[in-house]
Design a protein around this ligand. Structure first.
Ligand SMILES: [Zn+2]
Length: 218
């Protein structure tokens, strides 16, 4: 794998295929539903693992070696388990991002050579590259710019609310969205995705209109 350039168009294709195949029609994106559409991927919480393997909290963290979440790949069976931390408090928004990020690693083929937990024995460049690809995937999946554009996003807070992201993730996404706006490159599958969101977009526009009317009535 060439680790110098992020495969933007490949990742965009993977994300758009998910939107089309699963007929996604609204924000916020239901990430658990997306993951459960893959027969060979399971989501397991740290607490479930702790009970199953009879581990202490410390042993669980040692076994999983990540604060947020991670993935195990069983190469022979071509099966994945995504683990997420539910032991320490993590907001729903953060868990959503973590799950999507792990799915990104899987679908970008980052595990093909590995059988066990990712991230050790990688060079710094490889690690950064894989993280950047997984984050690019996550941003597109959870806050697709073609939909943000139709929602008339004006701030990172808008993204936070519509897409149910943490403020930190929403700020990062807003910066990316502003870059996207410079070209507004839209493909035919993007147009298909926007059509699927039509009812949702109308609902949002209506809600906004009612809100403005209400505010003006004072
Ligand atoms: Zn990662």
């Amino acid at each position: 794998m060439n680790t110098s350039t992020i495969r933007y168009s490949l990742i965009k294709k993977i994300v758009n295929d998910i939107y089309v195949k699963l007929n996604i029609t609204r924000f916020p994106i239901n990430i658990t539903e997306i993951i459960s559409s893959f027969d060979n991927i399971r989501i397991v919480s740290y607490h479930q693992l702790m009970l199953k393997k009879n581990l202490t909290k410390e042993e669980t963290f040692e076994f999983l070696s990540s604060e947020e979440g991670c993935t195990d790949y069983y190469k022979q069976k071509n099966k994945y388990i995504i683990y997420y931390n539910d032991i320490d408090y993590k907001s729903e928004e953060r868990v959503r991002w973590t799950l999507a990020h792990e799915l990104g690693h899987i679908l970008c083929g980052h595990y093909c050579q590995k059988t066990k937990i990712f991230c050790e024995d990688l060079t710094e460049a490889e690690y950064k590259f894989k993280e950047a690809e997984a984050n690019y995937f996550t941003g597109l999946l959870l806050s697709n710019p073609v939909i943000l554009n139709k929602l008339n996003i004006k701030s990172s807070y808008d993204i936070e609310v519509y897409c149910a992201l943490s403020s930190e993730a929403a700020r990062y996404r807003y910066d990316n969205y502003k870059k996207w706006c410079k070209n507004k490159f839209i493909t035919s599958s993007d147009r298909y995705i926007v059509r699927n969101f039509e009812t949702y977009l109308k609902e949002q526009a209506q809600e906004y209109k009612e809100f403005i009317r209400f505010m003006n009535s004072f």
